[in-house]
Design a protein around this ligand. Structure first.
Ligand SMILES: NC(=O)c1ccc[n+]([C@@H]2O[C@H](COP(=O)([O-])OP(=O)(O)OC[C@H]3O[C@@H](n4cnc5c(N)ncnc54)[C@H](OP(=O)(O)O)[C@@H]3O)[C@@H](O)[C@H]2O)c1
Length: 256
């Protein structure tokens, strides 16, 4: 398959060990499928074990919002895979509130833990080995909502804005060691989490329940629209790409 082979007939991620957070549904499941197809060994995590894990995928239950969860997951990755060459921080999300000032303190902290600090902690545990080996690829999943800063989601967009900034800085630090760090920034993608969140938002604000897609390319995204970009970023085809942020949103939220 053209996107998974390197011209030699060898799957392009053969021999690579990948950890993808939140890979049991939605965008994360799409990323897991692409990495697996490209020959990587894949371990994924979520809080609840799914009824079925795709053949070839390893699963460990963990909650990435806490330091303990990150430590358990990093230890499991070393146990199960023997180390990590590819680290995709996909677990994330948040529920909307009726106003920015109604967002409770504990919800702010939860959003920061899930959408920013989970990545910071897991990178701190797993990136040093990549640095020592002199190779590795890390991808952080942000949100196209960041520059818009929708008030009902400020806890989420602020955390993701921090994630984008953090990702850029980590890329600068790890580049001399040959470790690449990038961000992918999805727009409106059809997933269980995305649909549930948009339904909650429409209940709070009926103007958000429009049937007509506002995406310039004429449709909402599918998980694989994001997964293909992640596959590119973790592959050798992106060997000169680091510190970048790929906005993949059908043209909905242009950035200057
Ligand atoms: N869908 C969109 O329109 C959209 C737009 C912009 C950005 N994004 C971003 O894309 C990423 C994936 O979103 P999605 O829509 O695919 O989400 P989703 O359908 O809700 O799936 C989220 C995945 O993450 C896992 N997860 C959630 N909280 C976790 C935790 N605390 N610890 C470990 N795993 C956890 C979930 O499993 P469990 O619930 O079992 O833990 C599930 O596997 C997120 O970072 C989201 O912010 C999505």
């Amino acid at each position: 398959m053209a996107t998974t082979e390197n011209g030699t007939g060898t799957p392009e991620l053969k021999g690579k060990r990948a950890l993808v957070t939140g890979g049991t549904r939605g965008i994360g499941a799409g990323i897991v499928a692409r990495l697996l197809e490209a020959g990587a060994e894949v371990l994924t995590t979520a809080r609840s074990e799914p009824d079925e894990v795709p053949e070839g995928v390893r699963f460990v239950a963990a909650d990435v919002r806490s330091r303990e969860g990150a430590e358990e997951l990093a230890a499991a990755a070393v146990d199960v895979l023997g180390g990590v060459d590819i680290l995709v921080h996909n677990a994330g999300g948040a529920s909307p509130y009726e106003s920015a000032t109604a967002i409770p303190d504990e919800v702010w902290l939860d959003a920061l833990n899930l959408n920013l600090l989970a990545s910071v902690r897991l990178d701190a545990l797993l990136a040093p080995a990549m640095r020592e080996r002199g190779s590795g690829a890390i991808v952080h999943v942000s949100s196209a909502a960041v520059p818009v800063a929708f008030p009902p989601f400020l806890h989420y967009t602020v955390a993701k804005a921090g994630l984008e900034n953090y990702s850029k800085g980590l890329a600068a630090e790890l580049a001399p060691a040959g470790v690449r760090v990038n961000t992918v920034t999805p727009g409106r993608v059809t997933t269980p989490g995305g649909e549930a969140t948009r339904e909650q938002w429409a209940k709070l604000d009926p103007t958000q329940s429009g049937e007509v897609s506002l995406v310039p390319l004429g449709r909402d995204g599918e998980p694989d629209d994001i997964a293909r970009a992640v596959l590119f970023l973790v592959s050798d085809r992106a060997s000169w790409v680091t510190g970048s942020n790929f906005v993949i949103d059908g043209g909905e939220f242009p950035r200057g």
